[in-house]
Design a protein around this ligand. Sequence first.
Ligand code: ZN
Length: 490
Amino acid sequence: MGFFLFLLFFFSPVQRRGAISYDSSDQTALYIRMLGACVVFKQLFANVRVRSQVGFEPERRSSHPYLCIDFRTLHTRLGCGSTSASSDPERRVHRLLSFQRYLHSSRLLRGVPQQIPLHILDEDYTGQARCMLEKVGNWNFDIFLFDRLTNGNSLITLTFHLLNQYGLVELFQLDMVKLWRFLVMVQEDYHSDNPYHNAVHAADVTQAMYCYLREPMLAKSLTSKDILLGLLAAATHDLDHPGVNQPFLIKTDHYLATLYRNTSVLENHHWKSAVGLLRETGLFSHLPAEDRLNMERDLGSLILATDISRQNDYLSRFRLHLDQENLCMSTASHRHFVLQMALKCADICNPCRPWELSKQWSEKVTEEFFQQGDIEKKHKLEVSPLCDREMNTVGNIQIGFMTYVAEPLFAEWARFCDTRLSQTMLGHMGLNKASWGGLQQEPAPVSEEAQPSTACADTGDAATAPSDGSTATTAGGTSSKEIPQGSRES
Ligand SMILES: [Zn+2]
């Protein structure tokens, strides 16, 4: 209940002035942006936070012709208009913004009015959102509806609720205001104009992660720290995703590809962005430095595991453990590995959701692929596998993805967690695959392009995994093609 009062405080129209008068001007700016007002946006730029000040290696933003995004470092001046001792050239600082925050700010600077949602969250909506949260552990949880009921704040609301529900805020003595601010910034750093890799996807993955954390195999052995990390990793795992995949960043010489040496480029960026926000908000600043660094490292290890081009490494290790029955959940490293696998499952669980939800995700991810393809065509670049809207359909991409990526993973997960949920997921996947097959105009051969082994042969990365624009290869013979329960194909 407490968090809903908190929620009302920030979202309720009658309380808006309360939010604006919040005593930290820096946070004021953030909350105001969250509320859709732009009158004091200048405050945002006047209160410069430089990530390098906290020892975090800043990423250099540069412009690139293909992304229609100008990544130039935003210059601003501290103490503008002030006559105090501001002549110090040090006061001219470079504000490093995430892609998403730069887009927001550049629109504001150009005088383009920010789109203010037409509907304002009222108590009725809040009540319905609260009702939904009572069933947050249900596999058929409709995150799209929840996002509407929370006025587009599903990621903040859901994560805040789950952290509270587990008692993690108290246990880790998290400052409520810092936590809220952290979650607001996380949500804002997702690109709302990405069809797929946006904050709703992050909220969906967080909800799925919660379902897995409740599975008996995990629930009885995970520590509070494991749970905190699992939820935070889920919420931040695609932070500041640009809506294009790694091969695109490499072939356009994007600075992130150079920075991370063409390896797990996006995942490294998501992780570093998350660490940047943790440090910027000081969420863990009360913890001993060693604990803080360990948390950041473990968060990275979880997020990096979502690089689907490394799917086979993880899957082989998982399979070996299961074959040898030697996963020992009292061992920290084994628990961490299970968390990695859980996050990987959560990240690509779309095909395992009920059809009405799964279908929407499939259409969104395909649209993001196709938009990348459109950009590639426009700039006369080779169109990436699965990104050509003339050559692919949602159905053939989905069938390929399920066959080569999702089914092998969830089959192993069901060996590990032999529960109703894992069987339900396999059942949905079978039904969804059959439905896509039925929707194909012709008897649905899996397009050659949809087969990961050919699609990414020369990129070394993945271009076929719908959830992340990348794929797992089938090179180690990824195995088990048991017909999932409930499949109409059987
Ligand atoms: Zn993801």
